[in-house]
Design a protein around this ligand. Structure first.
Ligand SMILES: [Zn+2]
Length: 85
């Protein structure tokens, strides 16, 4: 459930309101950059075993959100998912 007092929301601001997201497989962006963290709970995305391999990201592939946080906060932040880009 979404809750404005959730610990994962402590540093968040308007940036996250009304984001457009896509569901995607995580691919390492470059040789020197092989992982990202969920914007909210900091779970790790990478191509390595034991890490998350897919989730939701902003259309520029820069900000990643795990499935759990997506489901918890999509209504709070009014996110929309864009398919077929
Ligand atoms: Zn998360």
């Amino acid at each position: 459930m979404s809750d404005k007092n959730d610990w994962r929301l402590s540093d968040h601001d308007e940036f996250y309101n009304n984001l457009q997201l896509k569901h995607a497989q995580y691919k390492r962006p470059s040789e020197s950059w092989d992982h990202d963290h969920c914007e909210f709970c900091f779970d790790k995305f990478s191509e390595y075993e034991g890490d998350l391999h897919e989730g939701y990201c902003t259309l520029d592939n820069y900000h990643w959100i795990c499935e759990v946080c997506f489901n918890d906060f999509k209504d709070l932040f009014n996110w929309s998912v864009i398919n077929n880009i």
